[in-house]
Design a binder for this molecule. Sequence first.
Ligand code: NCD
Length: 304
Amino acid sequence: MKHLIDIKDLSVEEIDELIKVAKDIMSNPEKYQEKCKYKKLATLFFEPSTRTRLSFEAAMMELGGNVIGFSSSNASSTAKGESVSDTIRTVGCYSDIIAMRHPKEGAPLVASEKSTVPIINAGDGGHNHPTQTLTDLLTIYSEKNRLDNLTIGLCGDLKFGRTVHSLITAMSRYKNIKFVLISPDELKIPDYVKEEILEKNNIEYIETNDIEEHMSKLDILYMTRVQRERFFNEEDYLRLKDYYILNNAKLKNAKKDLCIMHPLPRVNEISVEVDDDERACYFRQVLYGKFIRMALILKLLNIK
Ligand code: NCD
């Protein structure tokens, strides 16, 4: 039985295969309509979500399966003091596969140790978010036609942004990837990502707090929200929340085929005027998320 806790649980070849299946689903959705008939996905969300939970649920429904779950810990026995392990053992009696999001780093890993069904990490605290990364990889592949030879700017909250940590981990396995890490000093990428991923794999990267400085070199600009829920004090959040606001003026030196991504939700970090720029990929990215999750569910349930 396979779980997806960290993006490295999938090899590059397995990711290629997931992208291939997702593309096939996009072109031939009718072929997949009954693949998960009589199967159930449980979505256990101990933290807020719109896209991740609903895209998992839509994905399972489009595969002909059913969905159960909860969207807040208050609505589950967690509020009575039940442990994650006990919740998972219980839900495994009712479902074939579980997608879970939890505010504590490592909670999905702990859950997977006790689970009788595959567990998918749908975000654990400020740590990882592998299915957002699969979404991002399908987006990059679809928009740029490659996953190698790319200069990727990551901008915003690189400290707490779990999507950033997983994306760097995944992209570091492809050839000739360079990163421009754009953040305020207080929200720089954590040392463990630098040491264990970037430096260990000899990946070229630059750290800066100026969003425009390297704009002309970027193939991808991945914007992120300042992660309010991870701050210890509100004053720091208020001071940093509008540090970057991407607008048309800031894009004046950008490449014509830049791909602007954002895992969403957006707060203020991309001005709505950018939405009309054809380089804004973030709403297409949302749709790719459903198809890659369909491919992932099929893989983890061993359905051909
Ligand atoms: C991201 C997350 O939950 O980490 N959202 C998502 O899953 N699309 C990004 C965020 O919340 O800022």
